[in-house]
Design a binder for this molecule. Structure first.
Ligand code: ATP
Length: 308
């Protein structure tokens, strides 16, 4: 046990997949993937206060994500309570800004933030390995947010290797109007047999600190998503027409993104996509994307709307 804390605030970044390769379906029903994950600076904010019993969550704006037991934040709290045996409770407020069911990992980031924040709020003293085990049980993308930065994911995408930071590139994100269910997208792939994977040039280059081989980057979920949602194809074509380094679906979508050299290029691109709800954000270093519970004076500087 360590000392318990008062009010804590954790900022939760989003992610994009710069590459997502489906290697086939495993006997346990999950699809085996290889993916390059990168944290990006679109932020939700999770505020936590100690409570005597129970876990209460308020989501703002109300209704954008479930506020009850289905919310990944509440599920993370339950995991911590179950594994630690604590009877402490908490009042939680989640400010959402990351598009929901958009392939940007918002719920997973929130869950990881709840694990880190409540571990401190309740003075549980759980180590990183314990938090990683809880994160894996909550969902394939949750462990990534405990690591941050850039990572290579294998297995369900949750067996992670930290990679060196990429250049200070920026992304323009175009979220879609319709939530896309990750489970349905994978189900629509059917059961492609597991095929052996040759070494990945992407992993090899980035691991050595070399430049990202953009010509090898692809998202194997793109065809299935574009077939089901023609408006995703339309948004992706609009971004590709900007001739960025990369234009791609993130995860299972429906957010599409363009990768650009710098902030000025990203803002100019977003300006030309006006009316499509474009978000502009930097790729984050591992340091910048660390989930850090902030307390007291540190939280004064934070806007509570969830913006950076
Ligand atoms: P994934 O690819 O992991 O399914 P995603 O990035 O596409 O996730 P999320 O925003 O994480 O999408 O939401 C996925 C689903 O999880 C939504 O249907 C939503 O109702 C539910 N959900 C549960 N908790 C949260 C949360 N804290 N924030 C957003 N969605 C949540």
């Amino acid at each position: 046990m360590t000392a318990r804390a008062g009010r804590l605030v954790v900022r939760c970044p989003a992610k994009v997949n710069l590459h997502l390769e489906v290697l086939g379906r495993r006997p346990d029903g999950y699809h085996e993937v290889r993916t390059l994950l990168a944290a990006v600076g679109v932020w939700d904010t999770l505020i936590m206060e100690p409570g005597d019993e129970g876990v209460g969550l308020e989501v703002r704006p109300a209704g954008v994500a479930p506020a009850g037991e289905d919310n990944l934040v509440v599920r993370a709290a339950r995991q911590l309570q179950r594994r630690s045996g604590t009877r402490l409770g908490a009042r939680l407020i989640l400010h959402k800004r990351i598009p929901v069911a958009g392939g940007m990992g918002g719920g997973s980031s929130n869950a990881a933030a709840a694990l880190v924040g409540l571990n401190q709020l309740w003075g549980l003293g759980a180590g990183l390995a314990e938090l990683q085990a809880m994160a894996s049980a909550l969902g394939a993308d949750v462990p990534f947010f405990l690591l941050g930065g850039v990572a290579w994911g294998t297995g369900r995408g949750d067996e992670l290797q930290a990679l060196p930071n990429l250049p200070p590139w920026w992304v323009v994100l175009l979220p879609g109007p319709v939530p896309v269910s990750t489970a349905e997208v994978y189900a629509s792939l059917g059961a492609p047999p597991l095929r052996p994977a040759p070494p990945s040039p992407i992993y090899d280059c980035v691991r050595r600190g070399g430049s990202l081989p953009l010509e090898s980057c692809r998202n194997d979920l793109e065809p299935a998503v574009m077939e089901r949602f023609p408006e995703v194809r339309e948004r992706l074509e609009a971004l590709a027409g900007e001739h960025p380094r990369l234009a791609m679906l993130s995860g299972s979508g429906g957010t599409v993104f363009a990768l650009l050299d710098d902030e000025a290029g990203a803002r100019a691109c977003a300006g030309r996509c006006a009316g499509r709800g474009a978000l502009v954000a930097p790729l984050l270093t591992r340091e910048a994307s660390q989930l850090r519970p902030l307390a007291g004076e540190e939280t004064w500087k934070l806007p509570m709307s969830g913006s950076p």
